[in-house]
Design a protein around this ligand. Structure first.
Ligand code: HEC
Length: 133
């Protein structure tokens, strides 16, 4: 019985210490990852509309508009994490410009949406190439 009690307390302490260590190592909220995952979600959702040929005239306009709004926060989230203000700012501005251009798409046409999505995805790649090697 005593051994069992020690075991339970030991497991609880172990879990507590692990969680604390992980939090310290991660240093605060993971907003930078969260915004990227949301951008990926929006791109994936746009693809799921566009790739099957925009069935019944479906459009990914809402996903592009959300991406445009999310991209306004990139500098505020990444620069304090040590990303170079100028270099990062150049890439994020390029992304916003691409999204502004993509937002002028003729949403009734599927080939136009394919083109707009490609433009945006090249923007993702451009920044990742710059910062992730
Ligand atoms: C202006 C720069 C920039 C742009 C534009 C950008 N990213 Fe990122 N992305 C980054 C950086 C920097 C990281 C690495 C973050 C880190 O430190 O873990 C990253 C990481 C990611 C990750 C991995 C997140 C994780 O869980 O670690 C995903 C997914 C991602 N980006 C998706 C996208 C998509 C989709 C787009 C385009 C719609 C995009 N990104 C545009 C800079 C950018």
């Amino acid at each position: 019985m005593r051994a069992l009690a020690f075991l339970v307390v030991g497991l609880m302490l172990g879990a507590l210490i692990s969680v604390t260590a992980l939090n310290v190592l991660n240093r605060g909220p993971q907003t930078h990852k969260a915004v990227m995952l949301m951008m990926k979600y929006q791109v994936d959702t746009a693809r799921s509309v566009i790739d099957p040929g925009c069935p019944n005239g479906a459009s990914a306009q809402r996903q592009f508009a959300t991406l445009r709004a999310l991209s306004d926060d990139l500098d505020a989230i990444f620069v304090p994490r040590g990303f170079d203000k100028e270099l990062f700012g150049k890439q994020s501005q390029q992304m916003r410009d691409r999204l502004d251009k993509a937002l002028q798409t003729d949403w009734s046409g599927c080939p136009q949406q394919v083109e707009a999505l490609n433009l945006v995805r090249q923007g993702c790649k451009s920044c990742h190439d710059e910062f992730e090697g």
